[in-house]
Write a protein that binds this ligand. Structure first.
Ligand SMILES: [Zn+2]
Ligand SMILES: [Zn+2]
Length: 358
């Protein structure tokens, strides 16, 4: 990425070898996530040039000194939020809230990058990974070992959207069985939220999307009812279907107009979970009296409140045992060179996940 709003370019770059505590990973599959769209649209200012991509799996090809829990040949899913393991949140077991990570500044933990142009100019790795690439060098903590039999495309999705969506249900909101739930937006994260609600035993599961194909996919994944997002009486319809309001509403788009509709859809004591990412600086309006009077809550959800080293293998095992039909999330695969077309697939907001194969 050489400029916001411009197409990505595919070009040869120089990648240094591994340093202490690092591993090199050959990328075998990388999903195209909504955060990549935010990135190329310029919603989140970044240093350029930069390599996008953060939802990836691959095989370890090299390990640095001091790495003992990952070996050459291991199949890994990459985590885009490498925690410091030293800050108060990390020490409290809340790695997803690390206040000390350089990943969100698109840097390796020491503030550097392993990649340069052929003219020796630094090229920054998106979320510390920069996985729209044939190979990456990342901290060993970013490479979570998964079973060899896990398909790479599935592993890639576990690296972001699946873990975010399932974690939003099971870790952030801790939805109990029988709870009523609404899912706003049926893209990659919304679809994974529906799978998480299925796992948790939520009922009903009401999915909302503008696109009829996305609504059909949502039903296929386990939504018990779907609503057209353009319905002007959406809030009243949800209240009627849930006999007074839903226990949980998940916003998986990151749009302020839908965020504003979440609290009114809740019953007293209900919980809205914001799992979609808005542009930085966006503002949404809420009715604070309704929130206080009705004891409603709004929870923020980053990366599904997950601990990747625990959650990636756990989700992989649920898939391999047939309890999580993650195959249903994969749309088409494309070669890495078609990354701009893959971003268009996502912008159209009609299909399933496009996965790039380097
Ligand atoms: Zn993502
Ligand atoms: Zn930390």
């Amino acid at each position: 990425m050489r400029g916001a709003g411009e197409p990505l370019t595919v070009e040869p770059l120089a990648l240094r070898g591994v340093a202490r505590g690092e591993v090199a990973v050959d990328i075998k599959a990388v999903g195209v996530c909504h955060s990549d769209l935010h990135l190329v649209a310029g919603d989140w200012p970044v240093d350029e040039p930069l390599v996008g991509g953060h939802e990836a799996s691959g095989i370890v090809t090299e390990v640095g000194d001091g790495v003992d829990d990952v070996q050459v040949g291991d199949h890994v899913v990459l985590s885009w939020f490498v925690a410091c393991r030293r800050c108060r949140n990390c020490l409290s077991g809340k790695a997803w809230l690390c206040t000390n990570t350089n990943a969100v500044a698109n840097r390796l933990p020491d503030g550097s990058t392993a990649t340069t142009t052929l003219d020796d100019e630094p090229v920054w790795p998106f979320l510390g990974l920069g996985a729209f690439a044939e190979r990456v060098v990342v901290p060993a903590a970013a490479a979570v070992v998964v079973p060899d039999e896990l398909p790479f495309e599935i592993g890639a999705l576990i690296g972001c959207s699946v873990t975010t969506g399932i974690g939003a249900v099971t870790s952030t909101a801790k939805v109990p069985y029988g709870a009523s739930a609404v899912v706003f937006g049926c893209g990659g994260i919304g679809q994974s939220i529906i799978l998480g609600l299925q796992l948790a035993g939520a009922d009903p599961i009401i999915a909302i999307d503008l696109d009829p194909r996305r609504r059909a996919q949502a039903e296929n994944l386990g939504a018990t009812a779907t609503l057209d997002g353009s319905d002007p009486n959406l809030v009243a319809t949800v209240q009627e279907m849930t006999e007074g309001g839903a226990d949980y509403v998940f916003e998986a788009i990151g749009r302020t107009s839908t965020i504003e509709q979440c609290p009114p859809m809740l019953r007293a004591g209900g919980v809205a979970v914001l799992a979609g990412m808005t542009a930085i600086g966006a503002r949404a309006s809420i009715d604070p009296f309704d929130l206080a009077d009705q004891g409603k809550s709004i929870l923020g959800c980053n990366y599904g409140s997950s601990v990747p080293a625990v959650d990636f293998p756990r989700i992989a095992r649920l898939y391999l045992s047939g309890r999580l039909p993650l195959d249903a999330l994969i749309g088409r695969t494309r070669p890495l060179g078609e990354v701009n077309t893959a971003l268009e697939d996502l912008r159209a907001a009609t299909g399933l996940r496009t996965v790039l194969i380097p």
